[in-house]
Design a protein around this ligand. Structure first.
Ligand SMILES: [Zn+2]
Length: 534
C-alpha cells in the first residue's frame, strides 16, 4: 500500500518539523519506505491512497489503560456523571426491577466529589432501592466499592470482619459496615461477585477495542491483567478478532496470574499483538478516596495519611523477584510518601542488581512528588508514567486534599522533563476517557476540556511535541518496543492514524476534538472514520 500526499510526522528525530514526509510505502505489516513521492519506484504498483494533505501520526498508545476493566464496565451499570447519591441509587433501582431475582448488579463510575456535600455514600440508599439484589458499585478511580447489604452478606462482611492489610471496611459510629470498601477491602466483595461468561466477556473486549480505535489509539499498556482476561485475548487473537496492541503488566494482586507468569516468564501472543512483559504492583490508594499515602496528613482529614497497600520490604522483595525473572516492574504510586517508598524500593533493588536498570522500572501515576524525589527518577533510570487528564479532572478538589504547598509537586510534568526523563502518557481508562487527544490537550493546555483558564501551574505544561511523544515514541520506549513502534520509518510496524486535523498546527482548543479518519495496525485498516480517504 502506498499512502501519499500527506503531512506525515514520522516522529523519528528530535526535530519534529524536520521529520515530515509526504509518502509511506507499507509492506508485510511494516513501513517499507518513508520519504518523498518522487523517490518511490513507481513500477512497484502498490495500491495508492491519496491522503489529501492530511496529517498522519504514528498510532497513539495509552501507557496506562485497563482494557479488562473497560470490557467489564461495558457489562455493568454506568453510574458515572450522576449528580447525587440518590440519583445513582434510583438508577440501580430501575436496573433491579429488570434483573432476575438475586442477580448481581455491578456498576462503575460514581464520584462523590461531584455530589453536593462530597460525602461518601452508604448502603442505606441502595438497600431502599434494591434490597434483594447484591449491588457493588466501583468508584470512578477503581479504589473504592460501594455495596448494599445483600452484597455485604454475600461476601460475608459483618461488623466482626477485620480490615485486610491495605484496605478499610468503613464503619459507622456503632461499628457496623457502611457498605463502603476502600482499596484492598474491595477484594472481599470481588471474590463473591460472579465473573461474566467467556462469550459475553469476549464480546465486551471486542467492543472495548472498537471504543479505543475510534479515538486514535492503536494500542495500550494494560496495567494489571488477569489470566481470565488474557485467556480472552488469546481466543480473540486466534479468531482474528483482536485488532489492537496490548503490552500487558500482569496484575500482581491476582496471585494466580503472577504465580503463572513468574514461572513462565514474559510472553508474546499473536504477531506482536499482546506482549506480556511487566508486573503491576500497587503501593497506595488514590487521592479521591483519600487512600493515596502522604508524608503529612490530608488537609481535609487531619488524622489520615492514606493507605500503604504493600509493606515497604514486601514491595522491595516482589520488585527484585520480578526483575530477576526479566519482568519490567510498574508500581502504582500516587501520594508523595508512596512515591518516596517506591523509589527507595527501586533504589535498593537496582543496587543489588544493576543490570535490571535495562528493564526500565516505572512508577505509575507519580502524581504527588516531594521536591527532593523529582531528580531521583532520572538518577535511577525510573520512568514516571503519567496521565495528563487526571490533572485536569482532579485539580478542582485536589487543593482541598493537599493544600497549596504540596500542589507544587502535583502532576509536575515540566519539573520532571527538565531533569531529562521521558514521561509515558496515558489515561487510566476507564477512570478517564480513553481518548488520547484529550490527554494531549490536557498536557499542553493544563485546562479542563471546557477550556476555562484556571491557575493550575501553567508552568508545568508540555509542548505539543512532548505531548505527542508522550503518546507515541516515549511509550514505545517505556514498553521496550522502540525498535518496532512509536515512529514511522522503514522497518517499523505500520501502525498509524490519518487525522481529522493537524495536532501540531491547529488552534489549541481544537486538539481535544481531533479524531482518526483512518487507522492502520500492522498495515491493515482497522478503523474508518468520517471523511476516510478509502
Ligand atoms: Zn490504573
Amino acid at each position: 500500500m502506498l499512502l501519499t500526499n500527506g503531512r506525515i510526522y514520522t516522529m523519528e528525530t528530535a526535530d519534529t518539523a524536520g521529520a515530515v514526509v509526504d509518502t509511506l510505502v507499507l509492506r508485510d505489516g511494516r513501513v517499507a519506505f518513508a520519504g518523498r513521492r518522487g523517490d518511490v519506484n513507481a513500477a512497484a504498483g502498490e495500491p495508492e491512497i491519496d491522503l489529501g494533505g492530511r496529517a498522519v501520526l504514528p498510532g497513539l498508545v495509552d501507557a496506562h489503560g485497563h482494557l479488562m476493566y473497560l470490557a467489564r464496565a461495558r457489562l455493568s451499570l454506568d453510574v458515572g456523571g450522576l449528580g447525587s447519591e440518590e440519583s445513582v441509587a434510583r438508577l440501580v433501582g430501575t436496573a433491579a426491577a429488570r434483573a432476575r431475582p438475586g442477580e448481581w448488579l455491578g456498576g462503575r463510575g460514581w464520584d462523590q466529589n461531584v455530589w453536593p456535600g462530597r460525602l461518601f455514600p452508604t448502603r442505606a440508599s441502595l438497600d431502599r432501592e434494591a434490597p434483594r439484589h447484591p449491588v457493588a458499585l466501583v468508584r470512578v478511580d477503581g479504589h473504592a466499592t460501594w455495596c448494599n447489604s445483600a452484597a455485604l452478606h454475600a461476601a460475608g462482611i459483618t461488623r466482626d470482619t477485620a480490615d485486610p492489610g491495605g484496605g478499610i471496611v468503613v464503619r459507622d459510629a456503632r461499628g457496623e459496615p457502611t457498605g463502603l470498601l476502600i482499596d484492598a477491602a474491595q477484594r472481599l466483595v470481588q471474590r463473591a461477585e460472579p465473573l461474566p461468561s467467556e462469550e459475553r466477556f469476549d464480546q465486551a473486549v471486542r467492543d472495548a477495542i472498537a471504543q479505543c480505535l475510534v479515538t486514535g489509539l492503536t494500542g495500550i499498556h494494560e496495567m494489571g491483567a488477569t489470566l481470565f482476561a488474557l485467556a480472552s485475548y488469546r481466543r480473540l487473537i486466534e479468531r482474528g478478532q483482536f485488532p489492537f496492541r496490548n503490552y500487558v503488566a500482569v496484575a500482581g494482586r491476582s496471585e494466580e496470574t503472577w504465580d503463572y507468569y513468574r514461572e513462565r516468564g514474559p510472553e508474546v501472543i499473536g504477531d506482536g499483538l499482546v506482549t506480556v512483559g511487566a508486573l503491576k504492583l500497587l503501593s497506595d490508594g488514590a487521592l479521591g478516596s483519600r487512600g493515596a499515602a502522604l508524608h503529612s496528613p490530608y488537609c481535609d482529614d487531619p488524622e489520615n495519611r492514606g493507605l500503604l497497600l504493600i509493606p515497604s520490604e514486601e514491595l522491595g522483595r516482589l520488585t527484585e523477584d520480578a526483575l530477576a525473572r526479566d519482568f519490567q516492574v510498574c508500581v502504582h504510586a500516587i501520594g508523595d510518601r508512596a512515591n518516596t517508598l517506591t523509589l527507595d524500593a527501586f533504589e535498593r533493588a537496582l543496587a543489588r542488581r544493576p543490570e535490571a536498570r535495562a528493564l526500565r522500572p516505572r512508577v505509575e501515576h507519580a502524581q504527588i512528588l516531594a521536591e527532593e524525589d523529582i531528580p531521583r527518577f532520572r538518577a535511577l533510570g525510573v520512568l514516571p508514567s503519567m496521565q495528563p487528564t487526571h490533572c485536569t479532572s482532579d485539580m478542582e478538589w485536589a487543593v482541598e486534599r493537599l493544600g497549596p504547598d504540596r500542589l507544587k509537586g502535583a502532576y509536575a510534568w515540566r519539573s520532571l522533563l527538565d531533569t531529562g526523563v521521558v514521561i509515558p502518557g496515558g489515561s487510566d481508562f476507564p477512570v478517564e476517557s480513553p481518548n488520547p487527544f484529550h490527554g494531549i490537550y490536557a498536557a499542553v493546555a493544563r485546562r479542563p476540556l471546557s477550556g476555562e483558564a484556571r491557575d493550575w501551574q501553567p508552568e508545568q505544561r508540555m509542548t505539543r511535541e512532548e505531548a505527542v511523544r508522550a503518546f507515541t515514541s516515549w511509550n514505545a520506549y517505556a514498553s521496550h518496543q522502540e525498535a518496532a513502534l512509536g515512529s514511522l520509518t522503514a522497518g517499523k510496524r505500520a501502525d498509524l492514524i490519518v487525522c481529522s486535523d493537524d495536532v501540531f498546527t491547529c488552534a489549541e482548543e481544537r486538539i481535544a476534538g481531533i479524531a482518526p479518519v483512518l487507522t492502520l495496525i500492522g498495515g491493515e485498516i482497522v478503523h474508518r472514520g468520517d471523511r476516510s480517504p478509502v
